[in-house]
Design a protein around this ligand. Structure first.
Ligand code: HEC
Length: 194
C-alpha cells in the first residue's frame, strides 16, 4: 500500500517536472508574448547571390518573413557595410541593378526592414559585371577561331562580326541570341583590323 503511494507520488512529481519543463519553454511566453512581435528583429536575408551580366547585376536572396522591404548596400570595395555601401531600397527579390561598369567587381549585402527596424546584414556577395572582350572571345569564339593571340578571324570589325553572325557563317548564327551589340564591340577591340 505504502509502496503504491510512493509510486503514485513519483508519478505525480515526474508529471509535475514535465509540466514545469513545458512551462519553462513556452510558459514564460505567456508574459512575453504580448510584447514579442514588437521585440522580434527580422532575420538577416540569406542565400544572397549576385550574378553579373553586361552592365548589370541580378541580386537574389531568400525572402524574409515579415519584411516590408529590403535595403541593398553596394560598393566596388570588398567588405561593404551599411555605412560604406550605397543604398538601394526595393520590395522585391530578385533585383536588377543596371548601368554598371564592365569588368568591375561589385560587392553587396542586403538587410530586411519593417516597422520593428532593420535586420542584420546578409553575408556579402560579389560579382564581376560582364567579362571583358578577351573573356567574351574565349567564351564564344575561341572554339572555332582558335586562341585570341592567333585567331583565324581576318577582319574583326563589329560590322564584319555582325555580318558573319547574320549570315551564320560556319554556323555562327546561334550567337545572335547570345551577344549584344556592346559585347560584339568589346570583342572587336581585341581583334586585328578592328
Ligand atoms: C561554330 C563555330 C564558330 C564560332 C563559335 C564563331 N565563328 Fe566566326 N566563323 C566561323 C566560320 C566557319 C567562319 C567562316 C570561315 C572564315 O571565313 O574564316 C567564320 C567567319 C567569321 C568572320 C568573317 C571572316 C573573317 O575572318 O573576318 C568573322 C568576323 C567572325 N567569324 C567572327 C567571329 C566572332 C567574333 C566570334 C565569336 C563571337 C565567332 N566568329 C564565333 C565559325 C565560327
Amino acid at each position: 500500500m505504502r509502496r503504491t503511494l510512493e509510486k503514485a507520488w513519483g508519478a505525480v512529481l515526474l508529471a509535475a517536472t514535465l509540466v514545469a519543463a513545458g512551462c519553462g519553454a513556452g510558459g514564460s511566453g505567456d508574459g512575453a508574448s504580448a510584447s514579442a512581435p514588437a521585440a522580434t528583429v527580422l532575420a538577416a536575408p540569406s542565400a544572397l547571390v549576385a550574378t553579373g551580366g553586361i552592365n548589370k547585376v541580378t541580386l537574389s536572396w531568400d525572402q524574409v518573413l515579415g519584411a516590408d522591404f529590403y535595403n541593398i548596400y553596394w560598393s566596388t570595395n570588398p567588405g561593404v557595410t551599411k555605412n560604406t555601401g550605397q543604398k538601394i531600397t526595393t520590395s522585391t527579390t530578385p533585383y536588377l541593378q543596371s548601368g554598371l561598369a564592365v569588368s568591375q567587381t561589385y560587392y553587396y549585402i542586403v538587410t530586411a526592414v519593417n516597422d520593428t527596424g532593420e535586420s542584420a546584414p546578409s553575408s556579402q556577395a560579389a560579382t564581376v559585371v560582364a567579362t571583358d572582350g578577351a573573356g567574351l572571345y574565349q567564351n564564344y569564339c575561341a572554339n572555332c577561331h582558335g586562341p585570341l593571340a592567333s585567331t583565324s578571324i581576318k577582319e574583326g570589325t563589329p560590322d564584319n562580326i555582325k555580318a558573319a553572325i547574320a549570315a551564320s557563317r560556319g554556323g555562327m548564327g546561334w550567337l545572335s541570341s547570345f551577344l549584344t551589340s556592346e559585347q560584339i564591340d568589346l570583342i572587336a577591340q581585341q581583334l586585328p583590323c578592328h
